[in-house]
Design a protein around this ligand. Structure first.
Ligand code: BG6
Length: 503
């Protein structure tokens, strides 16, 4: 039963959403369904349009047909009729991203459509293209004046940049510099879809919307924190990108470090982009840098070999299509991080992620310290209490602690208290892209990454990346598909009561 539901709703201004990469996978799998769902829920203004831009030879009519196909899956007839109406707001501009005339045509199209649709010249540009294309897009947006806002009759202008934001520290700096020539920081939205997940957002509500957990949230009570993002999927059709990237870049630099910051940050004074951004940056600044010489002590990588996942045989990473046969790319990465600040001094933060692991699950577990003195006989091996935030697939929170097993003897056992999102609140949680797109359209960057945060996250990981790519680096440890990763990862946990807590 849920009481006192407080909803903060603000409808975005009228807008034109311009998606670069309109014929791509991200647009059709995530962005258009997100926009459609938002509209169906009545969360969008009456006046909005979508302009798709891509190289593919399409026009308004064929783009709309494609979108109808995208939306068609398992929709009922009422939805189909609504979808027919929805696609009338969709338009298409065909062109090469590196060609200035594409942007001139885009501008002309906007100049014609905006007064017709009453979108007040508010523009949101979404870069749903491979990162090497970003510079081609950003510069002409500046040259054609499309990035300008609040001048010559323009409303606001925002740009959403997909991950990966850079390939290393230097390229992230370069990309920030390029964006800052054309856009001000308040116009730039660096997306990380993990921040749009319900349970990631709930971490702050859980911590700061209650007064009973925060007093425990520190080195006095917490022994260590584990953040796990395990996937059963392999690289699928993305080996072309993944083989040049690896688990550290793909998952840790962005998603897992964002989750870490949400767990470890100090309470901001207000819930807005500025205050939250400052506190998250302070967490990264507190992480003790790992020097190249220490990488083997604090970081472990792995690569999956053939095995079995959920009863299905799987080939090894090196046999996957488009993967170099001698690839040293890690499909598993684990880090042990230390935060040098008052709250977390001496509390290890253990991060791990991998493909083709045993189960698909993303969790954060705070393991509490053992009581200072155990008065019960035979209780020395008792597990420590834990609090686990289940981010996916089953969103919820669970607490494990010790209790007396009923009976004449004093026997202790571990009990679990579970809160399940779906069971408690029912209904469907919004897709991360719905939340994030809506936030950007409302001008709220709280769940987006700042330039400082992105650069600092890369800076912290550079020694690990350099050590792992050095020609003299050790062989990449292997793990069988369907396992919990390489055995070497156990070395990151020291002390007899610490071990990986597998979801
Ligand atoms: C993406 C990574 O950012 O996140 C993928 O590029 C990964 O490799 C995906 O599979 C995981 O996202 P989720 O939401 O399924 O946990």
């Amino acid at each position: 039963m849920v009481d006192n539901l407080i909803i903060t709703e603000q409808c975005p201004d009228p807008f034109a959403l311009v998606i670069f990469g309109a014929s791509g996978d991200l647009t059709h799998r995530k962005l258009i369904p997100a926009l459609w769902n938002l509209q169906q829920q009545g969360r969008l203004p009456e006046s909005f349009i979508l302009l798709g831009v891509a190289r593919r030879d399409l026009n308004d009519a064929s783009f709309r047909r494609q979108v109808l196909d995208t939306l068609q899956d398992d929709r009922n007839a009422r939805d189909r009729a609504a979808a027919e109406v929805f696609v009338q707001r969709l338009f298409y501009v065909q062109g090469d991203y590196a060609d200035l005339t594409t942007y001139r045509r885009l501008r002309e199209r906007l100049d014609t459509l905006e007064p017709q649709w009453g979108t007040d010249r508010n523009r949101c540009f979404y870069c749903a293209v491979p990162p090497q294309v970003y510079p081609d897009i950003v510069q002409p947006l500046g040259q054609t004046g499309l990035s300008c806002e609040h001048s010559a009759g323009c409303g606001w202008s925002r740009i959403i940049v997909e991950k990966p934001f850079g390939h290393d520290h230097e390229s992230a700096q370069r990309l920030n510099a390029l964006l800052h020539v054309v856009f001000s920081e308040h116009q730039i939205y660096r997306i990380d879809h993990y921040l749009g997940k319900e349970t990631v957002q709930n971490i702050l509500v859980f911590r700061l919307g209650n007064s009973m957990f925060e007093p425990l949230w520190n080195r006095r009570y917490v022994d260590h924190v584990q953040i796990t993002s395990a996937e059963t999927a392999g690289v699928e059709h993305r080996a072309g990108y993944y083989d040049g990237s690896g688990a550290l870049r793909d998952m840790i630099q962005n998603h897992l470090l964002q989750v870490l910051c949400t767990i470890a940050m100090e309470p901001p004074s207000t819930f807005d982009a500025y205050s939250v951004g400052i506190e998250k940056l302070k967490v990264l600044q507190a992480i003790r840098p790992i020097s190249i010489g220490e990488v083997d002590r604090y970081a472990v990588r792995g690569q999956y070999e053939a095995g079995e996942v959920e009863g299905q045989p799987c080939q090894g990473y090196l046999e996957e299509p488009d993967v170099a046969r001698d690839s040293r790319t890690e499909t598993y990465a684990a880090l042990r991080l230390t935060l040098d600040n008052w709250r977390w001094q001496g509390v290890p933060f253990l991060l791990r992620t991998g493909k083709r692991l045993k189960t698909r699950a993303t969790t954060v577990t705070l393991q509490f310290r053992q009581p200072p003195h155990l008065i019960f006989p035979h209780a020395s091996g008792l597990p420590a209490s834990t609090l686990t935030l289940h981010i996916q697939p089953d969103e919820g929170i669970s607490l494990s602690f010790n209790g007396k097993i009923p009976g004449p003897d004093l026997c202790l056992g571990t009990v679990h208290m579970d809160f399940d999102y779906a069971e408690t609140f029912g209904g469907r949680s919004p897709e991360a892209y719905e939340t994030l797109l809506l936030d950007c359209l409302r001008g709220d960057a709280t769940l987006y990454g700042s330039s400082d945060w992105v650069e600092k996250s890369w800076e912290l990981l550079m020694p690990v990346l350099e050590a792992w790519t050095a020609p003299s680096s050790r062989r990449v440890p292997r793990y069988p598909a369907g396992s919990w990763g390489p055995r070497e990862a156990d070395t990151l946990l020291e002390g007899e009561w610490r071990q990986w807590l597998n979801p």
